[in-house]
Design a protein around this ligand. Sequence first.
Ligand code: SF4
Ligand code: SF4
Length: 328
Amino acid sequence: MKKVVFFTDLRKLHAALEHFDIQDFAGKKVPVKLHMGEDKNKYFPRPGFVKHVVDEIKNVSADPYLFDTTVAYTGLRHSKTGYLKLAKIHGFTKKKVGSSVEIDDSGKPVKVENKEYIVADHLYYASHIFALSHVKGHVATGMGGAIKNFGMGGVTKETKQTMHHGSRPLYKKDACTHCGVCAEVCPFNAIKVNEENWEQNMRKCFGCGVCVDQCKTGGLTYKDADFNFVLACAAKACVQDKKVIYLNDVNRISKSCDCDPFAGPIICPDIGYLVGDDPVAIDKASLDLINNVKKDVFEKENHVSPLKQIKYGEEIGLGSSSYQLVEL
Ligand code: SF4
Ligand code: SF4
C-alpha cells in the first residue's frame, strides 16, 4: 500500500516531503514538471505557490527548473519561444519563482506496451523529477492530475497528436441504433445523428474518445486505442526507473483543464495538497477526497470516468491504486 500525505496548510509542505526522502535530490538538476497555463486560463498553479515548492527543492541543495512541453494545437504554447513568452506573462520568471523555465519540443522514444512514446528530452535524461500537478476536470479523461501531467504533458507534440488521433471513433453502421448519445456527449459538436444518418466532422474531432466510451451498442470503436490507456502508457514512459516526487494541488478545481482558455466553472470546493511517490496512488487519493465532497463530479461534468486512467495505470504497472492517507 502506497503512502500519500495530505495537508491543507502549505507550511506543512516541508514535513510532507520528508516522508519521501527529498534529501535524495541533493546535487541533482531537477525538472519541476508543471503546466504553466494556456492563454486566458485562470486556474493554473500560482507562481507564488510554485516558488514555495522551488525553495523547498533548493533547501536540499538541488537545482530545480520549471519544465513543460509544446502542444499540438495552435497558440503560443505550440512553439518553445511562444510558450516561454506565455510563461513570463503568467508570472513564471526567475525573479518571481526563483528558477529558470525550460520548454522541450523534441524527445527520445520509449516503448511501453508495444507502442513508442517520444518522451521530452529533459525528462528522458533526468534521474530525479518533481511533479507539480494541478487537479481539475478534463474532457477526455474526466480528471487531470499526476498521470495526465506526464501522459500528455511529458511527451512531444507529435506523440500527443498520435495519441489523440488513435482515440477517434470508427463507425459500425450495423451496430448503430441512432440513439444520438454520441452526438450529445461530444464536447466539440463533431457528430450529427438523425434517424437515418450518422455523420462525423473530422476537422472538429479532437480525438477525446468520449463518444466511443458512451456508445453502448458497439456502434463506435477506437481507431487505435482508448485515450486513457495510451495516457497511462505515456506517463509510464516518462517516469519509469526514475525517482519522482508528486505534489497534487487540489484547489481551483475547474470543469476543464489548464489548456482550456475557458476552463470554468469551479465544480468543487478547494481540497488541499497531496504528496506521494506513486502517480496512480496520488491521483486515486485526490479523486477520493473530491468525491467525498462532490460525488462523481468529474464523470457528471465530462461524461468520462476518471477511474479509467487509474485502472489502466495499475494494469500496466505505472503504480498502485491502494494507498494509506496520512494527514498532517
Ligand atoms: S451512441 Fe452508438 S448507437 Fe448511439 S448514435 Fe452514436 S454510434 Fe449510434
Ligand atoms: S472523439 Fe471526442 S471530439 Fe471526436 S467525435 Fe468523439 S466525442 Fe467528439
